[in-house]
Design a protein around this ligand. Structure first.
Ligand code: S3P
Length: 175
């Protein structure tokens, strides 16, 4: 069983992912945290030292390595699905869920959480809203490719857990 959460920075992938993993009793993984551990550097340091385009290559390679792991709930970095053919590859690995939220809400959530995110670090609030609106507009087409879109009120662990149980049942009936 592989659950993949996609969505903009600040949409709550990590918080929701941990709860789902707990309920499904499978490992929770966070691509940013694993990339940081692998390189012994923070995402901000990786951006400064290697540049964003190199970070995107690292993210693509990270997806290749996921194939070796049988079960997980993955919180992806917000940009991961939106480069190369990453979203299609994530969809082949498991069941993907898009955590949909409005630009206003994302901006509010990000206001106090900019520090570890090099793309928005240091932005004033008005600039941040503009950035979120513009970037989400470009990224939404990738996020929308997820198997399931969860609206704000559906972003509950029970929604995902119930869906995955049904999926498992229907798969075992077929085989
Ligand atoms: C990014 C999102 C971040 C992190 C990096 C770039 C993006 O992950 O991968 O700062 O391009 O949206 P979160 O979505 O966990 O903040």
């Amino acid at each position: 069983m592989r659950v993949i959460l996609v969505g903009f920075m600040g949409s709550g992938k990590t918080t929701l992912g941990k709860k789902i993993a707990n309920r499904l009793e499978i490992p929770f993984i966070d691509s940013d945290a694993e990339i940081e551990a692998h390189f012994g550097k923070s995402i901000s340091e990786i951006f400064v030292e290697f540049g964003e385009s190199h970070f995107r290559e690292i993210e693509s390679e990270y997806i290749d390595a996921l194939d070796l792991r049988e079960e997980f709930v993955l919180a992806t970095g917000g940009g991961m699905p939106c480069f190369a053919n990453n979203m299609d590859r994530l969809n082949l690995l498991g069941t993907s869920f898009y955590l949909e939220r409005s630009p206003k809400e994302l901006t509010n959530r990000l206001m106090n959480a900019k520090a570890k995110r090099p793309l928005v670090e240091g932005m004033e609030d008005a600039e941040l809203l503009q950035y979120v609106e513009n970037t989400l507009l470009k990224r939404e087409e990738y996020y929308q490719k997820a198997h399931i879109t969860l609206s704000r009120s559906e972003q509950e662990p029970s929604q995902v857990v119930t869906f995955m149980h049904h999926l498992r049942q229907s798969q075992s009936q077929k085989s």
